[in-house]
Design a protein around this ligand. Structure first.
Ligand SMILES: Nc1ncnc2c1ncn2[C@@H]1O[C@H](COP(=O)(O)OP(=O)(O)O)[C@@H](O)[C@H]1O
Ligand SMILES: [Mg+2]
Length: 279
């Protein structure tokens, strides 16, 4: 039983002349990390919103096809909130997702609404703060946080609700390399725990390292959907690659060397050290 099944999903925003996503079909397995790549305006955010129920419950437009999450049709739910314990989305702009004055209240807001046991709520909230490097932030005013800190709070508050499926829309866009690493490490732990992740992300190095598969969106359609290594090493995929991958492919293509094309920094160190005959 897959975590997410999209079948012929099309959505056109009210007032627009063309659909933002057009006939998208794809399946995401439980515990999988699916990365979504693509240029601005191709429909990535629209796709995520359709999975968590923001579409159709909070956006006007026409929708065709079906979205089944955790074996239930999204359209049969009553609201986005009702779906939240199953599937929750971290929006591209975290500001629009923060409602509480103080960080800890924000983080436990979801679990409180789910009426989880109080001790469990506090435990989960503290765990979320630690996981996302927010220790000591509990009493800070959410509005005064930096963009990156807001992103971490938004992710931590979704984590605290313990959903089966988490959708993230460019979650590290305002984070520095250390913050980015922290978020990806935390996501990696969630994947280990069996949580399903769908993430829109422009940082290809991180996608290459952590995602199981990558879907490429172009003009509202999924034009490629491949296991991550195949996606980044296939010469017919026209998308940016990690630098180490690009280098390996060029070395092979030009006949300068014959390397196992690396996908990550760690693989690159091993492969290129061997090539250079490290003493
Ligand atoms: N609320 C909206 N109303 C009308 N058109 C929208 C709305 N949100 C997005 N769009 C349009 O839908 C298309 C896809 O947008 P979006 O899903 O945000 O793409 P991406 O996340 O890949 O940048 C774009 O042409 C965008 O202008
Ligand atoms: Mg977007």
């Amino acid at each position: 039983m897959p975590a997410i099944e999209l079948d012929g999903l099309t959505f056109q925003y009210r007032g627009e002349s063309e659909p933002a996503i057009d006939d998208v079909s794809l399946t995401v397995e439980r515990g999988e990390f699916l990365g979504i790549a693509g240029e601005t305006g191709v429909g990535k955010t629209t796709l995520l919103k359709s999975i968590c129920g923001i579409i159709p419950f909070q956006e006007a437009g026409t929708r065709e096809g079906s979205v089944v999450v955790d074996s239930k049709r999204v359209i049969d739910a009553e609201s986005v909130d009702q779906l939240a314990p199953t599937v929750s989305m971290i929006l591209q702009n975290p500001e629009s997702q923060l409602f509480n004055l103080r960080v800890f209240d924000e983080i436990i807001w979801g679990p409180e609404n789910l009426e989880m046991d109080r001790e469990e709520i506090v435990r989960r909230g503290e765990e979320a703060m630690e996981l996302f490097g927010l220790e000591g932030f509990g009493d800070r005013i959410t509005y005064n946080l930096s963009g990156g800190e807001k992103q971490k709070v938004a992710i931590a508050s979704v984590y605290a609700m313990n959903p089966d499926i988490i959708l993230l829309d460019e979650p590290t866009s305002q984070l520095d390399p250390i913050g980015t690493e922290m978020v990806f490490d935390a996501i990696d732990r969630l994947v280990d725990e069996g949580v399903t992740i769908v993430m829109v992300e422009h940082k290809i190095e991180e996608l290459a390292e952590y995602a199981d598969r990558i879907a490429l969106l172009e003009d509202g359609s999924v034009t490629r959907l491949d296991e991550t290594r195949s996606f980044f090493t296939d010469t017919t995929v026209e998308h940016a690659r990690p630098q180490v991958t690009q280098l390996g492919m060029q070395l092979n293509e030009t006949g300068v060397a014959d390397v196992d094309v690396p996908l990550t920094q760690d693989e690159a160190v091993v492969e290129y050290d061997a090539l250079l005959g490290e003493p």
